[in-house]
Design a protein around this ligand. Structure first.
Ligand code: XIL
Length: 780
C-alpha cells in the first residue's frame, strides 16, 4: 500500500505533527499522502507514457534535499503520475497540492490533473494550472476534486505541461481528504418518484458515474426516468461516417432498464455536440441539400432503430429556434441558422428555405421507431416570442402530417428544458405551458435546474438556498396544476457538484448528496410556500466602486488598474457563452467604463445591435430606480466593431467609445457624460453592464452584472449601483476614508454572508491553513 511506502522528511513530519495537534480531533485528516522524495526514491511516481525519465535530483528542492526531475517528455499529456486509488474513498473530496519548478528558460503552462479509470472509459479533470519559467522558481499547484466513482480501481494524479518537451522538477505533493466531505445521501427521505406517481415521471440526467454505489442508490430512490446527459448525443455515438460507438450508451441504458427506469433519448439532431461533417464541409461551407438530407435521415434512422424498444421517447430535434426572434410570427424566419438549416437551404427552392429539415428528421425518427413519443426540445421557452415561434412550427408540421392522412401527430411533445434562474417568472413559464397544451401536444420538463447567479464559490447562503427552493416550489405548483398534460419532469442532474452549472448550485442535492431546501420544496411545494415569507424582498443590489481619474480612451491607460474589477457573471440565457469584467472611473464630467469581454470568435453580422457581440451600459444618474426611463437614465450599446447605439439618441455631449479585439476577447471603453447630475465623491449612481455574445446573426448568450430580470433595457429599477470614490489626495482628509480593496468588499451585502459561511466550514479551512503554515515555517 502506497501510504506505507512513503517516508516523511523529518521537517515536514515535525511541522505537520505540531500543526495537527492544534486541531480538534474531528478535523484530523483521515487519509493523506505526502511525497517529498527525501528517501531518494520516486515514492510511487511513474512515467505516465512510459518514455519519460524520472530521477530523484538534489539540484533544487522545495523542502529538504531532493525533488523529482522529469525529462524525456514528448507530448503535452506526458509527465510523472502517481496512483492514489489506495486512499481515495468514494464520494469524498480531496485537496491536492504539488510544487513545480520549470527547468527550461521559456515559460510554459503546468497542469495538475487526475485520471479516473483506464482505457476508453477513462475520464480526466484538471485541478490546477500555473505558468512558470526557470526564473519563477518553485510554484504551487493547488486544487480539489470529489471522486464520485472509484469503481474502476484506478485513479492517478499527474503533472503535465502544454509544452511537449518541457523539463521540470516536482516536490512536496500532498493529497488530503477534505474534512466533512463524505457523502451524506439520505435514503430515508421520501422518494420524489413516489410522491409524484399519480402526476408525472420524475427524471434525472445521468452520466456513467451515477450508475454505481451511493449515487446509483440515490438515483433509484428518487427517479423513475433518465436522460443521458451526454452519452446519446451525435458526437458521442458517431465518430466517423457510418462508424457508431454504441457500447457505452448500451451498457448504461441496460443498467437503467434493469433498474426499472424509463429511458428518454437525447438527441437526434442538434447544432451542438454533433460531428461537423454531417452538414458542413472541411472549409466550413454547408454541404449540399441532398447530402445533408441523406446524412440526417441516415443518422436519425440508425440511432432510433438501435434504441427502439428501449427508449420511450426521443428529443428528435434540439434547440432549433433562435433566441429573441425578431419576427416570431414566422417560425421559419425564427429558425437558428444552424449547420442543418444552412445545408438544407443550399439548393432548396424558396420560399421554404432550409426549414423543411425539421419535418425531415421527425419523419425519419417516426419511421425508425414508431413506438417512441417524438419531442421537440428547447430552452428559454418562458420567452413568449420564442414560445410563439416554436408553437407555430409544431402546429404547421403537425397539420401537414395529418393532411397526408396520418392519424397521429408527428411532433407529439414539446420539451421545455427549464434551465431557469431566480429571476425567471413563474407566470411566463405557465403561459408557455398553456400555449403548448393548447396545441394538443404533450409537454415534458426536460432539463430542469435553477441557477443562483451571484453564488459565492463556497456555496449558497441559507437565504439563497431558500430563494432557490421557493422558485422550485412555484414551478412545481404549476406542474402539478397541469399534470394531466405533462409526461415527465426531468432534472438536469442530481447534485450541484456534478452539474453543468456547478458554480451556480442549481440542483436539489448538494455535492455531498445531502438534500437542500430545494428538495423539500419540490417534495411539498404548498407546504414549503406556506412557511416561506414570500413578500417580495428587494433583491440584494450589487454595489461597485468607481475610482477617480481621467483615462485616455483606447490607450490601455494604467489608471484603470486603480479601479476594482466587477464580474459580469450572471447569465440571462441557458448558455453561458458571455462573460467578462469591468472597471469604472469618474471625473467631474464623465463616467468611464472599461469592459473586458471574453469571446472566442467575434461575431458582428446580426441585424439588430443586441445580436452582435456587444457591451451595454445602463446609467441612472439620480439613482431614482424608476420602472421606466426618465431624463436621467441612459443606455449605451457598443458592438465589437465600435458601432454605438444610445438612448437618448447620440448618447449626450462628449460620449465616445473605443474597441480593441484580442485573441480570446475584446475590450470596450466608454466615456459617458453626466448629463443631469453633478458628480461628487460619495454619490451613488444606478448602473449596470451587460455583455451579449452572438453567433451567426443571433444572440446566443448574455451576462449581466446585477439585474437578472432580462429587462434591464426597459426598466432601470433593478440595476445595480456604483459609488463614486474620492480622489486619492482627498481621501486622507475624510474622517471615514473609503479604501478600495478586498477587505472592504467583504463587507458588501452579497459577499458578507459568504464570509460567514467560510467561518462555519471551520474544520476544512483549518486544515488548509495548517498546510500553508507548514510551508511558511519550512521556508525559513
Ligand atoms: C450539456 C451537458 O450538461 C454538459 O455536460 C455538456 O458539456 C454540454 O451539454 N441543453 C441541452 C443539453 O439540450 O444537452 C445540454 O447539456 C444543456 C443545455
Amino acid at each position: 500500500m502506497l501510504m506505507r511506502e512513503l517516508r516523511f522528511g523529518w521537517a515536514v513530519a515535525a511541522a505537520l505533527a505540531g500543526c495537527l495537534l492544534t486541531l480538534p480531533a474531528a478535523a484530523q485528516p483521515q487519509t493523506q499522502i505526502i511525497v517529498n522524495f527525501e528517501d531518494g526514491s520516486a515514492q510511487g511516481f511513474e512515467p505516465r507514457a512510459g518514455q519519460e525519465v524520472l530521477e530523484v535530483s538534489a539540484q533544487s528542492a522545495k523542502s529538504g534535499r531532493y525533488a523529482l526531475q522529469v525529462t524525456g517528455r514528448k507530448q503535452d499529456w506526458n509527465g510523472p503520475s502517481l496512483r492514489i486509488d489506495t486512499i481515495v474513498e468514494e464520494g469524498a473530496e480531496y485537496i491536492v497540492t504539488a510544487w513545480v519548478h520549470a527547468l527550461g528558460p521559456d515559460s510554459s503552462n503546468f497542469r495538475l490533473s487526475t485520471q479516473i479509470g483506464e482505457g476508453a472509459s477513462a475520464s480526466y479533470a484538471n485541478l490546477a494550472a500555473a505558468t512558470a519559467s526557470f526564473n519563477t522558481g518553485w510554484v504551487e499547484l493547488r486544487g480539489s476534486y470529489r471522486y464520485s466513482n472509484t469503481s474502476s480501481g484506478y485513479i492517478t494524479l499527474y503533472i503535465e505541461n502544454d509544452t511537449a518537451d518541457a523539463e521540470y522538477l516536482i516536490d512536496d505533493i500532498t493529497v488530503q481528504k477534505k474534512e466533512g466531505s463524505d457523502v451524506r445521501a439520505d435514503l430515508a427521505l421520501p422518494s420524489l418518484k413516489q410522491l409524484y406517481q399519480d402526476a408525472f415521471l420524475i427524471g434525472t440526467a445521468f452520466s456513467p458515474q451515477d450508475l454505481h454505489g451511493v449515487r446509483f442508490d440515490l438515483l433509484r430512490h428518487h427517479f423513475n426516468a433518465a436522460t443521458a446527459e451526454n452519452m446519446m448525443k451525435p458526437v458521442t455515438l458517431q465518430s466517423a461516417p457510418g462508424v457508431y460507438a454504441f457500447d457505452g450508451a448500451d451498457q448504461a441504458v441496460q443498467t437503467l432498464l434493469d433498474a426499472g427506469l424509463a429511458l428518454h433519448g437525447h438527441t437526434l439532431a442538434w447544432h451542438q455536440q454533433s460531428p461537423v461533417w454531417l452538414n458542413t464541409d472541411a472549409r466550413g461551407k454547408p454541404i449540399s441539400r441532398q447530402e445533408a438530407e441523406r446524412n440526417l435521415v441516415q443518422y436519425a434512422r440508425d440511432v432510433a432503430v438501435h434504441f427502439a424498444g428501449k427508449v420511450t421517447s426521443w428529443d428528435v430535434l434540439n434547440e432549433a429556434m433562435m433566441d429573441n426572434p425578431p419576427n416570431p410570427s414566422s417560425w421559419q424566419d425564427s429558425l437558428r441558422k444552424s449547420g442543418w438549416f444552412l445545408a438544407f437551404a443550399n439548393g432548396a427552392k424558396a420560399p421554404q428555405g432550409g426549414a423543411d429539415y425539421v419535418a425531415a428528421v421527425f419523419l425519419a425518427a417516426r419511421e425508425a421507431d414508431p413506438s417512441a413519443v417524438l419531442y421537440y426540445n428547447d430552452y428559454n421557452l418562458d420567452d413568449q416570442d420564442k414560445a410563439q415561434a416554436v408553437a407555430a412550427m409544431v402546429k404547421q408540421v403537425n397539420e401537414e402530417y395529418l393532411a397526408q392522412g396520418h392519424d397521429r401527430l408527428l411532433i407529439e411533445g414539446v420539451g421545455m428544458q427549464g434551465h431557469y434562474h431566480l429571476g425567471t417568472k413563474a407566470e411566463d413559464v405557465e403561459a408557455s405551458l398553456r400555449r403548448f397544451i393548447d396545441l394538443g401536444v404533450r409537454v415534458s420538463i426536460t432539463e430542469l435546474d435553477v441557477t443562483v447567479g451571484s453564488a459565492a464559490k463556497q456555496g449558497l447562503t441559507p437565504q439563497q438556498e431558500l430563494q432557490q427552493a421557493a422558485q422550485y416550489a412555484r414551478l412545481f405548483q404549476i406542474y402539478k396544476q397541469y399534470a394531466q398534460h405533462i409526461d415527465r419532469v426531468t432534472f438536469w442532474g442530481m447534485d450541484d457538484g456534478t452539474s453543468w452549472r456547478a458554480p451556480q448550485f442549481p440542483l436539489l442535492f448538494r455535492a455531498d448528496l445531502s438534500a437542500k431546501p430545494a428538495f423539500f420544496a419540490v417534495a411539498d411545494p404548498e407546504g414549503f410556500l406556506a412557511g416561506y415569507d414570500d413578500t417580495p424582498q428587494a433583491p440584494a443590489v450589487r454595489r461597485g466602486r468607481a475610482a477617480y481619474g481621467t483615462p485616455q480612451l483606447g490607450s490601455d491607460d494604467a489608471l484603470w488598474q486603480q479601479a476594482e474589477p466587477f464580474a459580469i457573471d450572471q447569465m440571462l440565457q441557458a448558455w453561458d457563452t458571455a462573460s467578462g469584467e469591468a472597471r469604472v472611473l469618474w471625473d467631474k464630467h464623465y463616467l468611464y467604463v472599461r469592459v473586458q469581454a471574453g469571446d472566442d470568435v467575434p461575431h458582428s453580422s446580426g441585424a439588430q445591435a443586441q445580436d452582435r457581440d456587444s457591451v451595454e451600459v445602463f446609467l441612472d444618474e439620480a439613482n431614482g430606480k424608476t420602472s421606466a426611463f426618465n431624463a436621467d437614465d441612459a443606455r449605451y450599446l457598443v458592438d465589437i466593431e465600435n458601432r454605438a447605439d444610445a438612448y437618448p439618441e447620440g448618447g449626450g455631449e462628449g460620449f465616445a467609445s473605443a474597441v480593441s479585439v484580442q485573441d480570446h476577447g475584446y475590450t470596450v471603453e466608454l466615456k459617458l457624460p453626466f448629463r443631469r447630475v453633478a458628480p461628487r465623491a460619495g454619490r451613488i449612481i444606478g448602473f449596470d453592464i451587460q455583455i451579449n455574445d452572438a453567433q451567426s446573426g443571433a444572440r446566443t448568450g448574455a451576462a449581466i452584472w446585477n439585474d437578472i430580470s432580462g429587462n434591464a433595457g426597459q426598466d432601470p429599477s433593478r440595476w445595480g449601483e456604483i459609488e463614486l470614490i474620492a480622489p486619492a489626495d482627498e481621501q486622507a482628509q475624510t474622517a471615514d476614508p473609503v479604501i478600495a480593496g478586498p477587505a472592504k468588499r467583504q463587507a458588501q451585502p452579497a459577499l458578507g454572508s459568504a464570509a460567514l459561511w467560510g467561518l462555519a466550514a471551520g474544520g476544512a479551512i483549518a486544515a488548509v491553513a495548517c498546510a500553508i503554515l507548514v510551508r511558511k515555517r519550512k521556508r525559513k
